[in-house]
Design a binder for this molecule. Structure first.
Ligand code: PLP
Length: 415
């Protein structure tokens, strides 16, 4: 089946509404959250209408149906990521997944491979979203480990020349974004993963901006942990994935404790169930998990390679158009080499918030601000940027609407 964004748009009920007094909705904010196809909305509603019961507990038909749907979603997501089914942990979102890993490492006792102490290093980068920075800052503060980071080059890439000085025998964790939510840069994994594993460090990949947009195979990447959010991948809010290699999950202590995650409990102690249960205490976000299973089915049926190819064409088109205007400065790579569809820019003489508001008046939804990457924004020497982020349902017409909107804003704010 050939890829047609106009046909895809029909699957998303939101595109049948208008915005700002009858204008066509130009949604260029999928980096913040994606829109949802009807099948995902139906899956959540059907769960509550027809199957609602607590999974893994009740001895009745509804509980059985709910459990089958819930575990069926785990299997779909495992296949989607090239993972083993018991390596897929459901969380509330990527932020929780990354906190889970960092807090669990902080709970590791001496002798456990995840135990960190003064003299150990945690490596991040200057382009991290706060969700993949602050949990590591906190872990460093709790354990005495040192937080170090890759700088970002003026072109918006990681400075790989720092690998030998940053990845040393003291490095225990390398936590990196796969694709920057601000710059659109897709980071090279091979060299970093190899250097990390050579010194025995684990690699945690923040795949929030890559899993929705390209084929991601955890085994091929050779990474150790991965996090993403369902809501950026046409799935529901309130569900995310923490994936970890099985042998690492066995050694990683739990984060949240309580019901469902135990093997045995006495009045003074408890032992843990194996993963994934060890990391999923309490009644989980069942409807959202089931919705995410349907979301990955939806993306898989279209094909992640087709989605990536479509976004490549759209990104290249918008990048060329933005770069052709002298007053616009694009932050992040100016070529399509290892670059995804998050395009952040400034327009001379217009504050990004004013631009965002003006574009909104034209029915164009973009994001403005520091995009939860304050250290990166500061390093770029700007107070904020405007970001257009593209997805499978966007079209060249959307890009043109954005360019027309920017030109109108330039006239409006300069008159
Ligand atoms: N990491 C990256 C690169 C992101 O873009 C985001 C969300 O914007 C997150 C982490 C956090 O995701 P969530 O807010 O869904 O937990």
């Amino acid at each position: 089946m050939s890829f047609n964004p106009l046909v895809i748009r029909e699957d998303f009920p939101i595109f049948s509404r208008t915005i700002r007094d009858g204008k066509r909705l130009v949604y260029l904010d999928s980096g913040a959250t994606s829109q949802k196809p009807q099948v995902v909305i139906d899956a959540e509603v059907d769960f509550y209408r027809l199957h609602n019961a607590a999974v893994h507990r009740g001895a009745h038909q509804l509980a059985e149906e709910a459990t089958d749907l819930f575990e069926g979603a785990r299997l779909k997501i495992a296949r989607f990521l090239g993972a083993e089914v018991d390596e897929v942990i459901f969380t509330k979102g990527a932020t929780e997944s990354l906190n889970l890993i960092a807090y669990a490492m902080g709970n590791a006792a001496s002798g456990n491979r995840f135990h960190l102490k003064a003299g150990d290093r945690i490596l991040v980068s200057q382009m991290e979203h706060h969700a993949n920075l602050i949990p590591w800052q906190q872990l460093a503060a709790r354990t005495g480990a040192e937080l170090v980071w890759f700088d970002v080059t003026p072109e918006g890439r990681l400075d790989l020349s720092q690998i030998p000085t940053l990845i040393t025998a003291s490095t225990k964790v390398v936590a990196l974004t796969h694709q920057s939510n601000v710059l659109g840069t897709i980071n090279p994994l091979d060299e970093i993963v190899k250097a990390a594993h050579n010194v025995g460090a684990v690699v945690v990949l923040d795949a929030c901006q890559s899993v929705p947009h390209m084929s991601v195979d955890v085994k091929k990447f050779g990474i150790d942990f991965l996090a993403f959010s369902g809501h950026k991948a046409v799935g529901p809010t309130g569900v995310g994935i923490m994936w970890g290699r099985r042998e690492l999950l066995e050694e990683l202590p739990p984060f949240l404790t309580g019901g469902s995650m135990i093997a045995d409990v006495t009045m003074t102690s408890a032992t843990w169930a194996p993963a994934p249960a060890k990391f999923e205490s309490g009644v989980p976000n069942m409807a959202q998990v089931i919705g995410l299973g349907v979301a990955v089915d939806y993306l898989s049926a279209i094909g992640m390679d087709s989605i990536a190819a479509h976004e490549h064409v759209l990104t290249s088109d918008l990048l060329t158009k933005l770069l052709s205007v002298e007053e616009i400065k694009v932050v992040g790579p100016h070529t399509m080499d290892s670059r995804g569809g998050a395009l952040s820019f400034t327009v001379e003489g217009i504050h990004p918030h004013d631009l965002g508001q003006f574009l909104d008046s034209q029915g164009i939804a973009v994001r403005t601000g520091h995009h939860c990457a304050w250290p990166l924004t500061r390093s770029l020497g700007v107070p904020a940027t405007t970001r257009a982020s593209l997805y499978l349902y966007n079209t060249i017409e959307d890009n043109d609407a954005l360019m027309t909107g920017i030109h109108s804003a330039m006239k409006y704010f300069r008159q």
